[in-house]
Ligand binder design. Structure first.
Ligand code: NAP
Length: 302
């Protein structure tokens, strides 16, 4: 007899929850079951987008499930896990009451990937910076816990669904939960790898360096150009040409060979004079210029 799909409950179903719920529904990986958000309307809309799930209005009405995704914003993950653990204690069937895997739910399509849940429920969240320890109250009940961070900008669920294949996904947590999530994320095209719990903050800060600081640097540059009389009409051209050339060079040559400017030439005297000039204009920008120049000199091997 073909096994039925493991059930998945969602607490929080915004951009990430809806994207994953829809992809897993389409791939026949999980049977999305109960969906809890802050408002009935958004839970209904999430179920519509996922093409699966029953909107619920409180933890108390959520049924037992093999897997629980806490896809709230980071600030609400720990409280949601604590509330779920408290609910599981009050509802004695919940922590261990798993389906029999022998019917009761629609069978997976013949080609659907099989994800075998461990005998206790699994709970996970998708934060890049936070670890599985946010789910400690559930781990204390014997649940398997993990975090799974897909490195993708989830602008909208529709866009993210189309962009998801090939997305690197960092898994962290206990081995049984990681094994389940490895199968589930791989089945929808993610490239999974492991991050140690103690490395999560640094791992996530790397993504901040790789992408979040680019707009900051661009904004400082444009302010300095404006302050020095560069015509405003030229700024869009400067933005487009310099950024496009930098991206093309970095992706083609790698960061070290793409580096140009005073640090690449080892011109420490020019760096010192420019740091002072930037600092005189804007103290914080001067500090950033000095710190980034030191990193640039190290990258250039000077
Ligand atoms: N966005 C990204 O690009 C991205 C990328 C990788 C990882 N992540 C991670 O994915 C997780 C979710 O982020 P997101 O961008 O999907 O957030 P989001 O779009 O803001 O959605 C958050 C969802 O959580 C619900 N919610 C908030 N507090 C709740 C509570 N106390 N109880 C129940 N539901 C609650 C919201 O309900 P309502 O719908 O009613 O408001 C909404 O459905 C975060 O851990 C984030 O760090 C995000």
């Amino acid at each position: 007899m073909a096994q039925s799909k493991p059930t998945l409950n969602l607490i929080g179903a915004g951009r990430v929850g809806q994207t994953l719920g829809r992809l897993w529904t389409q791939a026949g990986v999980f049977a999305v079951q109960d969906v809890l958000t802050r408002s009935p309307a958004s839970a209904r809309a999430a179920c519509e987008l996922m093409g699966a799930g029953t909107p619920t209005q409180s933890l108390g009405t959520m049924r037992p499930a093999d897997v629980w995704l806490i896809a709230t914003t980071d600030a609400h993950i720990a409280a949601s896990a604590a509330a779920l653990a408290a609910h599981a204690v009050q509802a004695p069937g919940l922590p261990t009451a798993l389906r029999t895997h022998q019917g009761g739910l629609a069978n997976a399509a013949p080609a659907a990937p099989q994800v075998a849940p461990p005998p206790s429920p699994t709970a996970f969240h998708c934060s890049g910076a936070l670890g599985a320890d946010q789910l400690a109250p559930l781990a204390a009940l014997g649940w398997h816990t993990a975090s799974a961070h897909p490195i993708l900008s989830f602008a909208t669920p529709q866009a993210a669904c189309g962009q998801f294949v090939g997305t690197p996904c960092a898994l962290e947590g206990d081995p049984a939960a990681r094994a389940l999530l490895q199968d589930a994320f791989s089945a929808i095209g993610a490239q999974c790898f492991e991050v140690r719990s103690q490395d999560k903050l640094l791992y996530h800060a790397a993504a901040v360096f790789a992408t979040n600081f680019l707009p900051v640097l661009q904004s400082v540059a444009e302010d300095a150009w404006r302050a020095t009389g560069v015509p405003a009409a030229l700024l869009p051209h400067l933005r487009t040409s310099l950024l496009n050339n930098a991206v093309a060079n970095i992706t083609r040559l790698g960061p070290q060979d793409a580096l140009t400017g005073p640090a690449a030439r080892g011109d420490t005297e020019a760096i010192a004079r420019q740091s002072a000039a930037v600092g005189a204009w804007d103290n914080q920008a001067g500090d950033a210029y000095r710190a980034l120049s030191a990193l640039a000199l190290r990258l250039a091997g000077h």
